[in-house]
Design a protein around this ligand. Sequence first.
Ligand SMILES: [Zn+2]
Length: 189
Amino acid sequence: MARSKSILTEARQIERAVTLIHLGARLQVLESETDLSYERLLRLYKEVSGRSPSKGQLPFSTDWFMTWQPNIHASLFLNLHEYLNKAAALDEIDTVIKAYQLYLEQIQAQGLEPLLSVTRAWRLVKFVDNGMLTMTACSQCGGHFVTHPHEIARHYVCGLCNPPARAGKGRMAGALQMGHPHAEAAHAH
Ligand SMILES: [Zn+2]
């Protein structure tokens, strides 16, 4: 019994790893989220993606999430993630996968390029778990956006309500419009 259970567990881990590879995850994400050996993950990665995984460090800084358009993309993902966290009883990594798939659907529906990679999405959730990032409601639109934990909610205005001056009309047209994130997250399910 224990043996068949471990085979099932392993099958699920391989399935997760394959899904993550298809979504473009870095090898470090797979190492962190499965019990599969590095050698097996490496083989799996090459087999699924047809290439060797990229080397180098994962992005460790929270700065990227604070820049204008990335912040809106990251906020959309995190709203979907929070929604799934409450609505569905999924394992942590499956919540990230599902939320990321919903994020891709919404981005593609608007004809935009996904700025947020699945590796960054995964890191974002870790940053939130560690208390390095959180979500703050915009004082103007009420949408929830990724911010540093010390953000003063009363004064906070999001990047959609207050786009940077360099964002001309053309750039705004190519920007992600999030509307009411909670409503969208709810509809996306
Ligand atoms: Zn706003």
